[in-house]
Ligand binder design. Structure first.
Ligand code: URA
Length: 426
């Protein structure tokens, strides 16, 4: 056993750490034997010098093993999972799970809260009255067995080392390191022990990693590391240059999910959802047949699964009525100021402005206004005329300044623009 000082000295010099040394760092984060200053120094050295594939794998495994391992695939051999790096209007998990379940492909997912400008699946689902997201292994397994799906919230017993390291990354400017992101995401995602995980790596103005080349790098690192740890994994890099679908906002996104399950989903959201469904099916050794996903929606089976699942996790009867009427009362119409083509959206800023309006947290203890929402009526590349409705904002109280700043996120050019590809091959 070497000392923290020597490990830090070696990493600072750009040397590769041994398996034992990486494990020592994670042990130090978990049992408190390393001081925050030492952990912060490790994170900074790792962020600057990078971590090799073995260091990343060992870091991930040690962080994963710092907490509970559910190993659900021992009970459900074809259990699938999906993870997104987060975006604005991203409700793919909510649409994908009941569709896969309706096709007989079981899904279990532990989700998180929103970070920064992005909305979290946990927060969105909390707009359903009564829904209980505090699943343990047993209740998760029971819900999947009964309904074909389960969605819960990552508990404090999952990857405690990540909780410590993430909080330090947040204050030491080391969030933006691909090996540290990889270890952080996988240490939580692999804890349920699904038979296969499909990753949705977002790129574009509303993604944590806007540059497509870095998004591809993260995709490769996640797949390589998860596969090395024994979980079949694939990744798609998908567009987040504009909000996904027609709605942004917690309850509004649940309502949009129901529309998708009733066959009225927007094209971009359905294309990404179906593509990820196919990835999950193939990963768990049960590829989906031609038209199978579409039939699950058209027959109403996917919608029925959602209802059964919501009831199994405690949703109060009549929850659909609450979701149906859940828009904040102050309606502001955003109109196109001058004719042209929608050429760019500051999607991150859209997310931040909705959070500022109450739809997100400024401090970790803040409560969220689930009814603050935005309906987006134009897509990148659309030709627009002056005065046309571009979107509609639903606020708790009128705020002309916020509405003007939101309108300023949508850029109009007089030249036709090609929208970016929705799904990029990895
Ligand atoms: N999400 C995580 O869980 N960890 C990261 O580092 C980034 C996104």
């Amino acid at each position: 056993m070497t000392t923290p000082y020597r490990i830090l000295e070696r990493k600072r010099a750009g040397e590769r750490l041994s398996v034992e040394e990486v494990r020592q760092v994670v042990k130090g984060a978990t049992d408190g034997s390393w001081a925050d200053a030492q952990l912060g120094a490790f994170l900074m050295a790792a962020a600057i010098r990078g971590l090799g594939p073995q260091e990343t794998r060992v870091l991930t495994q040690a962080m994963l093993e710092s907490g509970d391992l559910w190993e659900l695939r021992n009970d459900i051999a074809d259990l699938g999972d999906k993870h997104s790096t987060g975006g604005v209007g991203d409700k793919v998990s909510l649409v994908l799970s009941p569709i896969l379940a309706a096709c007989g492909r079981p899904v279990a997912m532990l989700t998180g809260r929103g970070l920064g400008h992005t909305g979290g699946t946990t927060d969105k689902l909390e707009s359903i009255p009564g829904l209980d997201l505090a699943l343990d292994r047993e209740s998760c397994l029971r819900t999947v067995t009964e309904t074909g799906m389960a969605i819960g919230m990552a508990t404090t017993d999952v990857a405690p080392a990540d909780r410590k390291l993430y909080s330090l990354r947040d204050v030491t400017a080391t969030i933006d390191s691909l090996p540290l992101i990889t270890a952080s995401i996988l240490s939580k995602k692999l804890a349920t022990g699904a038979a296969g995980v499909a990753f949705d790596i977002k790129t574009g103005s509303g993604a944590f990693i806007p540059e497509p080349a870095r998004a591809h790098e993260l995709a490769s690192m996640l797949v390589r590391t998860a596969e090395a740890l024994g979980t079949p994994t694939t990744a798609l890099v998908t567009d987040m240059s504009q909000p996904l679908g027609r709605w942004v906002g917690h309850a509004a996104e649940v309502k949009e999910t129901l529309e998708c399950l009733e066959g009225d989903g927007p094209a971009d959201l359905m294309e990404i959802t179906f593509a990820l469904c196919r990835e999950v099916g193939s990963l768990v050794g049960r590829p989906l047949g031609e038209g199978e996903l579409e039939a699950a929606v058209a027959s109403g089976r996917a919608r029925e699964v959602f209802d059964r699942w919501a009831a199994a996790q405690g949703a109060e009867s009549g929850w659909e009525r609450v979701i149906d009427q859940a828009l904040a009362p102050e309606e502001v119409v955003l109109t196109v100021p001058s004719a042209g083509y929608l050429s760019a959206v500051d999607t991150k800023e859209v997310g931040l402005l909705l959070a500022e309006a109450g739809g997100g947290r400024q401090r970790p203890t803040d409560t969220i206004d689930h009814q603050v929402s935005l309906r987006v009526l134009a897509r990148l590349g659309d030709e627009l005329v002056a005065g046309q409705e571009l979107g509609r904002l639903y606020l708790r109280r009128n705020d002309d300044d916020l509405a003007a700043r939101l309108l300023g996120c949508f850029h109009i050019s007089d030249q036709p623009v090609e929208p970016p590809p929705l799904i990029r091959p990895v």
